[in-house]
Design a binder for this molecule. Sequence first.
Ligand code: SF4
Length: 342
Amino acid sequence: MEIDRPAPEHSAPAPSLPLQSPPCARALSPSRASDFKTCPLLYRFRAIDRLAEPPSPAAVRGTLVHSVLERLFDLPPAQRTRAAAQALLAPEWERLSTEAPELASMFRDPGDEAGAPGDAGATLALWLESARPLLGTYFTLEDPTRLEPAEREQLVEVMLPSGLRLRGFVDRLDVSPRGDIRVVDYKTGASPREAFEGKALFQLKFYALIIWRTRGVVPRQLRLLYLGDGDLLTYAPAEAELARFERTLEALWAAIARAFELGDFRPSPGPLCGWCSHQSLCPSFGGTPPPMPAGAVMEFPTVGAAGDGAVDRAGDRAGDGAVDRAVNGAAGSTVLASVLDD
Ligand code: SF4
């Protein structure tokens, strides 16, 4: 696979097929799909109630590092050095915090609206410093002077025959002169243990399915770069596998429809509860969820193709018991129309 070198102009990928707007919006992203599999109530809080979540330094650091790596490829190849990436940190933070002032609030002294340097300024400086090793690790995994991404931070979406729309943002797409596509995702955490690699690849398979369905090409490689520990995970998806994955997503959507029809988004406590912003509203922690927002409801036919049989075939291959359990008996008549997420 000859992707690690600049691609000539003629190797640019064919444009995606135009996407028709559905009469009723219904879409699924990798993150919301993962939310539902992890905890249906968390999915509800994020996708239906759309509850605000305070920014966390770790998550915003990830956003910042992604932003720097995206900007790095604006530079001519020879200038994409480690020093150049480090030099982009402060200006990218300035840009991000100007566009989203709530990010800067993480480092603001209480009562100091201007956020003047003080203890908070020192905290911000330390936080910015903590992003530098992640960028340094990136250069141990790839040589950006030999890469010419075809697309960066690219929105990809597709409408499946069932009417379910899939969408998400791909960190980077590389396209070789032969037309081979590589889907690249940066992770600022550490690589997962082997048993959890399938879960880690869920997001990239999601993107691979969209690319296959919109461009008619199965990506040659999915690549996860773990900047937390310098590990690299690559995977070559097969067409049949993506077809099964599509059925898995349809089954997952049917499960979401069923949960909505029953008004039953159950909490599923687990290790991620420690990072959940909504414990005070969660029955598992003594809270009570708010009433379902009335404006979120709209009637339209369900995903009929994703019945139990589809779950049996697809869910187990996905290695995800949560899907099997969630869609058991799914056959609703209405689904949520406002599940448009990131
Ligand atoms: S606290 Fe845990 S169980 Fe409750 S909504 Fe959050 S992730 Fe789900």
